[in-house]
Design a binder for this molecule. Structure first.
Ligand code: BTN
Length: 254
């Protein structure tokens, strides 16, 4: 019912009315050996998961709550590249369907007018040094009105329809994002990370800016100078030291 135009992505679609979390279902399917390209889509998540153990608000019929299972032959250290790849595909899909021009905030927040419209959560099943599957969870606020957001989110989150003014066709959005993702993924498997990296940098707002990176080990302030070939953020501290940031919340200062 999604009208997909892709070859491998979405060949197996698990479409659910209500779930705890599409990530949780995707983990189980991946563990059971489901083929690459399987996707799980739900109308509602009761316990949608965000990064850093946060909850992801996922009300019924208003968003895209989707998890995609990939099985690339890459070492676990390269999986951040797939998060960035997914962010590029989502930006391109949103551009195509809505005409909006979203920005990416490292590593994987997609913002419009400084407010978050999309979150991406990449999780891994790996044995020793071999990736078994990568589960990319994508949450898009599509048709929520401002009133439908919980109060604490109204200053930091928005939806595509608030930004664009019209109701947006969620199936069309999924089709477009999966088509972009499939192209980028095949290019990535054949030619490596280069193209994705360039595209990602062209949509990123944090690069070149003064930022504060809040990691589990404390905060570092400095200038975001780019990403490494593994997709890790390079930050130049106040004293000129280069820090490699694998996981953090970023605040852009200017
Ligand atoms: C973030 O914190 O920014 C990431 C949010 C990821 C949310 C998506 S919605 C589909 C998938 N299922 C989940 O439980 N989480 C991800």
């Amino acid at each position: 019912q999604l009208g997909l135009k892709t070859k491998t992505l979405g060949r197996h679609v698990h479409f659910e009315e209500s779930v705890t979390s599409t990530q949780k279902i995707a983990h189980r399917l991946a563990y059971e050996g489901t083929p690459e390209g399987t996707i799980v889509v739900a109308e509602e998540q009761q316990a949608g998961r965000g990064r850093l153990d946060r909850l992801w608000f996922s009300p019924k019929y208003t968003g895209v709550w989707m998890s995609i299972i990939l099985r690339p032959s890459i070492p676990p250290s390269q999986t951040p590249q797939l998060t960035l790849l997914a962010a590029v595909a989502v930006v391109q899909g949103i551009q195509e369907v809505t005409g909006l021009e979203p920005d990416i905030k490292w590593p994987n927040d997609i913002l419009i007018g400084g407010k978050k419209v999309v979150g991406i959560l990449t999780e891994l099943q790996a044995e020793a040094d071999r990736v078994n599957s990568v589960i990319i969870g994508i949450g898009i606020n599509v048709n929520q009105t401002i009133e439908q957001f919980p109060e604490e989110l109204t200053s930091i989150a928005t939806s595509l329809s608030i930004q664009q003014g019209d109701k947006i066709d969620r199936a069309l959005l999924i089709q477009s994002i999966l088509a972009k993702l499939e192209d980028l993924y095949h290019n990535y498997l054949t030619n490596g990370f280069k193209v994705v990296k360039l595209l990602w940098e062209s949509y990123a707002i944090s690069i070149g800016k003064q930022i504060i990176a809040r990691t589990l080990n404390g905060s570092i302030e400095g200038r975001a100078i780019g990403i490494t070939d593994d997709g890790v953020l390079r930050l130049e501290g106040m004293d000129g030291t280069i820090h490699l940031i694998h996981s953090a919340d970023i605040e852009i200062k200017q």
